[in-house]
Design a protein around this ligand. Structure first.
Ligand code: ZN
Length: 506
């Protein structure tokens, strides 16, 4: 047995069975993804019933594959043996998935799904009527279910951490609290100064930009950044997203003839997600080695390309002439500086999805703090609207006139999706930290961008982030790549370097 364990081939052979089952599960999941993508992009309006039935069959197949008792038995055997580092990663992550899928009683899963569906409709209704009290009991029940779920998985004492860990393995509320409070201290004054600046960006600068030309520009840009259109595509959908895997990456965007920057920057964001998926090692498909490291890391990739690269001067130095060529009428009276300011418009708003990259972080901090208080039990659901208003005033300097603009604006809580918001902001922190590290390691990097060459940055991200799969979580990955703990100081540095000068508030 000793020899067998030391011999790599034998170990791989021992692993072969669970990996083939994991692969099968993975491919069933990808079929579900394609059905979901197709639903958003192509589905005829009255074909929803059949699609719902198809989803339900796929979900059953997927559940049966994930909970196959043979996987559990093999994991137990493998855990008792000696494994190499990669095999440990595969087994550890497979164990997480298996436990999550098998430890929840079937009637609990059913109850949660039914509540989720009813609760979504209750939220949509309450939002339309600006009636938070009508939604409150649904949210209360979601919290009860969330705590029960955490308890089933052995995290009854720290239910909020259980949810955070689902999106960013290894992350905790305590750690996030420390990071966010440092960020808040630096960010709130910067936002106040920008809001008070006489410099005002115009987002309504570019009227009448034909969709066909926008499409041409967007495809040229995303291909230059490195997105591989031989194993991916971009289509139109109401809500922009990126789904699929590196073997078949589906992105979507949405065009507005009077705001070409929206589709473009949105598509650059999704391209960042797509590049990450396309950079995961496909030979390990179905295992954690080919899986992304969590939502925060995923978001660091989309934000890095969208913000540090796509909103920067070197990028526009290269692409502006082509942009002018494609939109001669709209750009006729727009100076380069006006265009750059429009790309980097900052203005506090009440609505998260309309927020710019500076104030966005404050929207996330607000939601994190309220979720944490709800889970700790020192804020009752009934007190949420007032707490939201107070927090909004403190962080954004704005107070919602009603709950539609406040506590009812996001869909997340209606589905019981807790612990999801922080990843966006953690992704912003990591993006900036990676950015300054890359600038130090790769001299002249931004000169490359001004020549339309993004290969060195992508190559570096491929090696340092993408190729690692899920071997390291957000915190470990940050340490391994940058040699430092995750910190908000680079995000603060980036935001003030870019925006303080632009708005004359240095
Ligand atoms: Zn994203």
């Amino acid at each position: 047995a000793e020899d067998g364990i030391r011999d790599r081939d034998v170990t791989v052979q021992t692993c072969a069975l669970p990996i083939s089952k994991l692969r099968r599960t993975h491919y069933i999941g990808t079929v579900g993804d394609i059905l979901g993508w197709d639903e958003q992009v192509n589905l005829p309006p009255d074909s929803g019933d059949q699609r719902a039935a198809q989803h339900s069959v796929m979900a059953e197949l997927h559940h049966a594959a994930v909970t196959d008792p043979a996987i559990g038995a093999l994991l137990t055997t493998l855990e008792a043996g000696t494994l190499g580092a990669d095999e440990r990663t595969v087994v550890k992550e497979a164990r997480r998935d298996y436990d999550r899928a098998t430890r929840l009683p079937a009637d609990f899963v059913k109850e949660k799904a039914e509540h989720g569906s009813r609760s979504y409709h209750a939220w949509a209704d309450a939002r339309a009527k600006d009636d938070f009290p009508a939604f409150a009991p649904f949210l209360e029940k979601h919290l009860v279910l969330a705590k029960r779920e955490a308890a089933y998985l052995g995290h009854g004492a720290t239910p909020y951490d259980y949810y955070i860990d689902q999106f960013d393995p290894g992350m905790t509320a305590e750690r996030i609290t420390a990071l966010f409070s440092e960020l808040k201290t630096g960010l709130v004054p910067l936002v106040r100064r920008i809001a008070a600046s006489p410099v005002k960006a115009r987002r309504d600068l570019l009227k009448g930009c034909p969709v066909a030309a926008q499409e041409v520009f967007l495809k040229e840009v995303t291909a230059k950044l490195g997105f591989d259109y031989r194993r991916g595509r971009i289509d139109v959908a109401v809500h922009p997203f990126c789904s699929g895997t590196g073997s078949d990456t589906r992105m979507t965007t949405r065009y507005d003839p009077d705001d070409p920057l929206k589709a473009l920057l949105g598509a650059i964001h999704e391209t960042g997600h797509g590049l990450y998926e396309q950079g995961l090692p496909r030979e390990h498909a179905g295992t954690a080695l080919a899986q992304n490291a969590g939502m925060g890391v995923h978001e660091s990739q989309s934000r890095l390309w969208e913000n540090q690269v796509g909103r920067g001067r070197p990028f526009w130095k290269f692409f502006e002439p082509r942009f002018r060529e494609l939109f001669p009428t709209a750009m006729a009276k727009v100076s380069s500086e006006e265009l750059y300011l429009a790309i980097n418009a900052v203005r506090p708003t009440l609505i998260r999805v309309d927020a710019d990259e500076v104030t966005y972080n404050l929207h996330i901090i607000l939601r994190f703090e309220l979720e944490q208080r709800l889970f700790r039990g020192d804020l009752a659901v009934a007190g949420l609207p007032a707490a939201w208003r107070e927090s909004s005033r403190e962080l954004l300097g704005l107070e919602p006139r009603n709950d539609k603009e406040g506590v009812l604006q996001d869909v997340h809580w209606s589905g019981g999706a807790f612990g999801y918001f922080p990843s966006y902001c953690l992704g912003n922190m990591l993006a900036s930290q990676l950015w300054y590290h890359a600038l130090g390691l790769l001299p002249g990097l931004e000169d490359d961008f001004a020549r339309g060459d993004f290969a060195r940055l992508l190559g570096w991200l491929r090696t340092e982030v993408h190729a690692r799969g899920r071997r390291l979580g957000l915190l470990e990955l940050t340490r391994a790549v940058t040699g430092e703990e995750l910190t908000p100081k680079y995000l603060l540095r980036y935001l003030s370097e870019r925006y303080a000068g632009l708005y004359g508030v240095a």
